[in-house]
Design a protein around this ligand. Structure first.
Ligand SMILES: Cc1cc2nc3c(=O)[nH]c(=O)nc-3n(C[C@H](O)[C@H](O)[C@H](O)COP(=O)(O)OP(=O)(O)OC[C@H]3O[C@@H](n4cnc5c(N)ncnc54)[C@H](O)[C@@H]3O)c2cc1C
Length: 571
């Protein structure tokens, strides 16, 4: 059916994705004088952004003897030297400004005298994480409160319920996007002098995840199609323990984290063995050890490990909850028949954050003219492993850098491109799942389930072997080859979640292919990439894996890391 555009908008800087990276980019670009539009596929600041789920981690070096250089050194050491060192330094130098600005906007932090009170997290040489003054309040909730006001103040046009589906290019440069208005099913084009892509990570692709299921790597797919390079896609962060039982709290990590650390919870397998003791001398990360136990069948009937607090007196547990202002949480558990003073919660590792992504330089520019990227969609900031508490401050800082740089690019470009490329084929592709009918069609939700099964079996913390990954790649390619046949059961264009998922799945396939190819290529185990058949790190692999489009082929190559600031092994 012939498709028409419902609107053709324009701006200087277009920001796609409205989590912490996107909204910060929008604010900084507007402060630099650009006319900015930011869009999100959900309502602005109430969507499925991971940013709104964040706890209290926010690393920033504020006072000597700590310094941005020391913060960078810690990040690179934990990242096992695969980081883009220039980018890391740019970020560690930007985080302080972000923090002071948050305080000006109304976040209340605990202070000791006139200094921020800071906590030290594992992997950091200094206390570096400021805490909000109200105990139990999470940063993500506070960001949601203060950001929209700043957008309004600066006159940023914020468009919710717009799902970006493809980037627009003219003369090799990105110049806008085509998006679906998910409320009325109409297509909208937005032209811009510079585009910042900040659509977050892809860990929502997994069936059991700690993040939002709407974060499925659409930005990665769009950037790949536009010719952007990717790096380190084989590295992804899994949280050590998310609740699998009781089901009411499934996927929750916030409380389980505080509980496990603050109350020193013990994690048992089904034989009653304390699983953490297997970590000693193994060289493996704790989530890998947990996942190994589960995959070996030494788990609960719900597929988890037992997290117990039974070694503690009841009144200590009660006191902990009331001092955190969260007695309600323990009561909620009691209401569904769970008493953590006696029985265990059941937990398992869950996908948390994608580490690899679009390759950017220290100014957040990709290799494609006109296209910048910021946030979890990028690779290079974290290397092979995340320094706890870094993502939030790093992605906010990257958003700020990208916003300012996008304003510079917009000035250089001069005029907003006034004509569009031919968008009709893009719209026709997008509506195909609505129009496909009949026995030969493939239900798109079935495709999604199959991809999730592949991700769980072969592209998880465990499961990466040559044989398994070969199987995974072949299955992904055959799914891709059937894309023309995908169909949705619900044919309405208005509020059609199934159609939105179909548009997500198109990009999921590309991301899964990147993941499988990268995991196959990296024949070693390092940081958060664990190959069962190559369990040790290898010096041959002290390099980044680059993925990019070469015609219809996915090209993979190696790039050396520039050790301009710290050499491997150097303090
Ligand atoms: C439960 C949880 C707790 C965490 N806690 C912490 C913590 O305490 N400290 C820390 O440092 N890190 C934490 N992290 C990690 C951190 O929250 C994320 O890495 C960070 O928020 C990513 O920010 P972002 O702006 O890049 O992406 P997001 O915040 O995920 O935002 C992505 C945006 O893109 C939009 N989008 C996606 N696709 C499209 C599309 N096609 N069209 C339009 N819009 C689109 C989304 O709707 C969203 O607005 C946590 C993560 C989780 C899941």
């Amino acid at each position: 059916m012939k498709q028409e555009l419902a609107a053709n908008l324009e701006c200087d800087v277009l920001v796609i994705g409205a989590g912490i990276a996107g909204l910060t980019a929008a604010i900084d670009a507007a402060e630099a004088g650009a006319k900015v539009t930011v869009l999100s596929k959900g309502p602005i600041a109430s969507d499925g952004a991971a940013s709104w789920m964040a706890g209290w981690g926010f690393q920033t070096a504020l006072y000597p003897p700590d310094s941005p250089e020391e913060h960078a050194r810690n990040t690179i050491q934990v990242g096992q030297y695969l980081n883009n060192q220039e980018l890391v330094l740019a970020l560690t130098n930007e985080t302080q400004r972000c923090l002071h600005r948050l305080a000006r906007w109304g976040l209340h932090y605990r202070k000791v005298g006139d200094r921020y009170f800071q906590v030290r997290l594992p992997g950091s040489t200094h206390p570096r994480v400021p805490r909000l003054s109200r105990e139990g309040l999470a940063n993500g909730i506070e960001y949601r409160r203060v950001y929209p006001r700043q957008l309004r103040k600066l006159g940023v046009r914020a468009l919710g319920n717009l799902q970006a589906i493809e980037l627009l290019k003219r003369n090799g440069a990105v110049m806008g996007v085509i998006a679906l208005d998910t409320v009325n099913g109409a297509f909208v084009a937005i032209r811009a002098k510079a585009v910042v892509l900040s659509t977050g990570g892809f860990m929502g692709m997994y069936r059991f995840t700690s993040t939002s299921p709407t974060l499925t790597g659409e930005g990665h797919g769009m950037a790949y199609q536009a010719g952007a390079q990717f790096q380190d896609i084989e590295f992804a962060d899994f949280y050590t323990g998310c609740i699998v039982w009781p089901p009411f709290f499934a996927g929750d990590l916030d409380w389980v984290t505080s509980l496990r650390y603050d109350l020193a919870g013990v994690v048992y397998n089904s034989r009653g063995e304390d699983v953490a003791r297997y970590k000693k001398g193994s060289g493996l990360a704790l989530p890998v050890i947990f996942e190994k136990e589960i995959r070996a069948g030494r788990c609960s009937p719900h597929g988890g490990l037992y997290l117990s607090f039974k070694h503690l007196p009841d009144n200590l547990i009660d006191h902990y909850f009331s001092s955190m202002g969260r007695a309600r949480w323990i009561h909620a558990l009691e209401e569904i028949g769970v008493d953590i003073r006696r029985g265990a919660l059941e937990i398992r590792p869950a996908p948390l954050e994608s580490i690899g992504g679009c390759r950017v330089d220290a100014r957040a520019r990709t290799n494609v003219p006109g296209l910048l990227a910021a946030g979890e969609i990028t690779g290079g900031a974290e290397g092979a492993f995340t320094l706890a508490g870094n993502p939030m401050s790093f992605y906010m800082a990257m958003g700020a850098i990208a916003g300012r740089q996008a304003a510079v690019v917009a000035k250089e470009v001069g005029a907003i491109p006034d004509d569009l490329p031919d968008v009709r084929p893009m719209m026709e592709d997008a509506v195909r799942p609505l129009e496909n009918e009949g026995k030969n069609g493939v239900p798109v939700l079935q495709v999604k389930r199959e991809l999730q099964e592949i991700l769980h079996n072969y592209l998880h913390l465990m499961g990466k072997t040559q044989t398994g990954l070969d199987v995974a790649l072949q299955r992904i390619l055959s799914i891709r080859d059937d894309a023309e046949k995908w169909q949705v059961a619900t044919k309405s264009r208005r509020h059609n979640n199934e159609w939105m998922e179909a548009l997500e799945v198109r990009h999921m396939v590309t991301v899964c292919e990147m993941m499988a190819r990268a995991a196959l290529a990296r024949t070693e185990s390092r940081g958060l990439h664990y190959r069962e058949d190559y369990p040790a790190p290898s010096n041959d692999w002290l390099c980044n894996l680059i993925i990019e489009r070469d015609g219809d082929e996915m090209k993979i190559s190696r790039a050396p890391v520039s050790f301009s600031f710290v050499e491997p092994g150097q303090r």
